[in-house]
Design a protein around this ligand. Sequence first.
Ligand SMILES: Cc1ncc(COP(=O)(O)O)c(C=O)c1O
Length: 411
Amino acid sequence: MKIWKKLTTTEINHRITGALKENTNFKTVKSLGIPASHLDGEVFYDNAPFLEYAPLLRTFVQNPNHIGCHTLGESEAFFAGTQALEREAIELLAKDVLKGDEDEHFDGYIASGGTEANLQAIWIYRNYFKRIYKAEHHEIAIISSADSHYSMPKSGNILNIDWIEVPVEFNTRDIIVDKLNEVVENSKSNGKKYFIVVSNMATTMFGSVDNPNIYVDVMNKHNLKFKMHVDAAFGGFIYPISNTESKVNFLNEHISSITLDAHKMLQAPYGTGVFIARKGLMKYVFTEEAEYVSGMDITVSGSRSGANALSVWMILFTYGPYGWLEKINKLLYRTSWLCSKLDELGVQYFRDPHMNLVTMHAEYIPKVLVTKYGLVPQTHTGDNKWYKIVVMDHVELDDLNMFIKDLSNSF
Ligand SMILES: Cc1ncc(COP(=O)(O)O)c(C=O)c1O
């Protein structure tokens, strides 16, 4: 670990206080030109004594706008202090979590969530193919497994390119390589030449992790141009830590960018996703018309909350790598416990051993338990075959035990 370490509450308070001091303080500095200010003082009381010990709440009150991307070019000078902490969080994630080379530099920003970060990646690659190969929209496709998040077809819809889904095995949720070959061959004969591959580091419904090299082999076999993004919105803060042998990271030269979602496993406030990319890619989405903003406009979102960005920094440095490992292992322990009880009951399910998600065959689960325990189905319409349990911080062994007791009584 080069950057990631545990800091004390005092050290964190000190670092954030220092960062806020480097930002423009609208209370003391006359800043007439930008449509930005601290939170409304009539509504959000900024003199509460507890704020002294609550640096993130103080950041919310001071309300820095992190518009733009602060890992390259110039940025708005008004918020330089907190932008620096965002940069540190991005570098920590790129290198200490996602194994980026020490000498390599990465770009990235705190997006509004996983959907935006995926859209950002697909936007970059669509424009890359257009710019470098003069590709037409109908020649470019997004390709990912059938278990992918709906932000893939959504991005395709927004960016006017097709999404191609690859079938997976029913029980293992593995990509079916023969089908992938078939789908790619068909797409090729339908005029697709450029592929934006999105490999999952944990799917929403199953927590299954794709092997990105399956795509690499098939793309190379068919002599196709491709760019690869990893959607780690669900697994990004757990899988790279729980599976030390994981190859789904920046050690794989074909992986150009990765999405993470801090408002899931990291329990950051909603509106906190993460987009990280290798250098040299952000320029494909540069909006030249954004003349009034200092720095380059190269992100899907415009204005965005600096406080949300700091929440990522603060959570990572509060736990440190070992504290986080312990937290993840607690969740994995509970998940394994649940699986052992399901085994005893003979209930079939899918679980990746490095993930905190268990997806049970629907035929074992009575409807009354679905409602009582808020289980999530694979589909709300049609023939649902699966229900999932996500073992988050609040899902304790006592809760799981109650569920197991009810389930066993239902047989
Ligand atoms: C794998 C995956 N990708 C993307 C998303 C979208 O994330 P968000 O809701 O933060 O936009 C989710 C959300 O569940 C997800 O599980």
